[in-house]
Design a protein around this ligand. Structure first.
Ligand code: BGC
Length: 403
């Protein structure tokens, strides 16, 4: 059976500034890599200079939209100063997207912060929210005539979990108490940011849609002797990690659409109330290069659960890192099939963005894992479209899929 997507469906790919642009030296991540002796993002994909070429390739794959993030530490490299060069750059980037027929979806915070912000206490200090809002206002003012979709934060709970509970990302804190403070401040910043963006758009005719990108997983208790307690942790992760923030912001009427990032299933084991991932080789699911349990049916289940919010949904990230091209293709087909099935069940899905357009810097894991539709040879910066990307290009062109 063939399923036709709505005619205005957004077919895109996503990237983030720190993972692709290169030379983002004023960020907390750059400082962290140096201090920890980790793989350095360095030039990343040199996308800051090669963006035009990358958008040309995106267009050649029949995409009609593109998700990117703005690097706060570029726009505000030093305390309370804006860089005109960076603002001009991002303005040009958005213009080029439009010239190529790619509708921009713009993220304002994708895990990284300016070092001066962190030196003042970062997200632990509620007084610092104002700095983020000043940046948000400046960027939104600049781009308001050219951007309809804004994502204020990418995956705040992933940022908080890795940076303030597990301590494996900057600032490397391991404290539930501190994590709670950061959560409160980020939620507050989101709510203020949402109002500010709405205010800015009041005076113009451009429509605006605002959200935050929410990473969701299917959580399941790790099998074994502790199954009951493991299932309790899985239940709590589903309730709080997946749904709490969406429910809260929706009650405050501060989400115009749901932005879903979905990758995999997670088996959870009991480890205090928060629980932890249980990485087993015995699970039924196929694993990708990162050991993630691939579970396309879970994508469908989550989409159906999101129906109750009565909000349009955009899949702002879905993707995998594989060594074999056929596995990317299988992942793509399976997830699109379940997406299409959810549409048939009445879920209002407006778009789908593959993560990522380019192979890029995968945070604490460096460059080893490759999520791109396009391969990047990091020594020469040469791009090569991967075979499975042509399968995606065909779907984008035909706007339909066989299920
Ligand atoms: C993040 C990306 C990341 C991807 C793959 C998402 O949760 O937004 O920055 O590269 O997952 O791990």
């Amino acid at each position: 059976m063939q399923i036709q997507f709505p005619s205005s469906f957004l077919w895109g790919a996503a990237i983030s500034s720190y993972q692709c642009e290169g030379r983002n030296f004023n960020t907390d991540w750059h400082r962290w890599e140096k201090a920890k002796g980790l793989d350095r993002a360095g030039w990343a994909c040199d996308h800051y200079r090669l963006f035009e070429k990358d958008f040309y390739l995106a267009k050649s794959l029949n995409l009609n939209s593109f998700r990117l993030s703005i690097e706060w530490a570029r726009v505000c490299p030093v305390f309370v100063e804006f860089s005109q060069e960076a603002l001009d750059h991002y303005s040009e980037v958005i213009d080029v997207l439009h010239q190529k027929g790619l509708k921009p979806v713009v993220t304002l915070h994708h895990f990284t912060n300016p070092t001066w912000f962190i030196d003042r206490g970062g997200w632990l200090n509620s007084k610092n929210i104002d700095y983020f809002i000043a940046y948000l206002k400046r960027v939104v003012e600049l781009l308001k005539e050219k951007v309809e979709y804004w994502i204020i934060f990418n995956e705040p709970l992933v940022y908080i979990y890795n940076g303030f509970i597990r301590g494996i990302w900057p600032p490397g804190v391991k404290s539930v108490k501190e994590a709670k403070k950061v959560l409160d401040n980020i939620v507050q910043a989101y709510l203020i940011g949402y109002e500010e963006i709405k205010r800015i758009y009041e005076t113009i005719s451009m429509p605006v849609q605002i959200s935050l990108a929410k990473h969701m997983r299917v959580f399941s208790g790790c099998p074994g002797s502790n199954f009951a307690l493991n299932s309790l942790s899985a239940f709590l992760r589903n309730k709080y990690f997946n749904f709490w923030i969406v429910e809260y912001l929706n009650k405050k009427r501060s989400l115009d659409f749901l932005a879903l990032n979905y990758y995999c299933k997670e088996y959870t084991r009991f480890k205090g109330l928060i629980g932890a991932e249980c990485r087993h080789t015995k699970h039924r699911e196929r694993k990708n290069d990162l050991g993630w349990d691939i579970h396309p049916k879970g994508f469908y289940n989550i989409l159906l659960k999101l129906k109750k919010f009565n909000l349009p949904i955009i899949i702002t990230e879905n993707g995998t890192a594989e060594t074999k091209d056929s596995l990317y293709e299988d992942y793509l087909r399976q997830h699109l099939k379940h997406l299409a099935k959810a549409i048939l069940k009445g879920v209002d899905i407006k778009g789908y963005f593959w993560w990522s357009l380019l192979d890029n810097f995968e945070w604490d894991k460096g460059f080893k894992y490759r999520f791109g539709l396009i391969e990047v040879a990091y020594d020469s910066m040469v791009r090569r479209i991967k075979p499975f990307a042509y399968v995606y290009a065909q779907v984008c062109k035909e706007n339909k899929i066989e299920v």
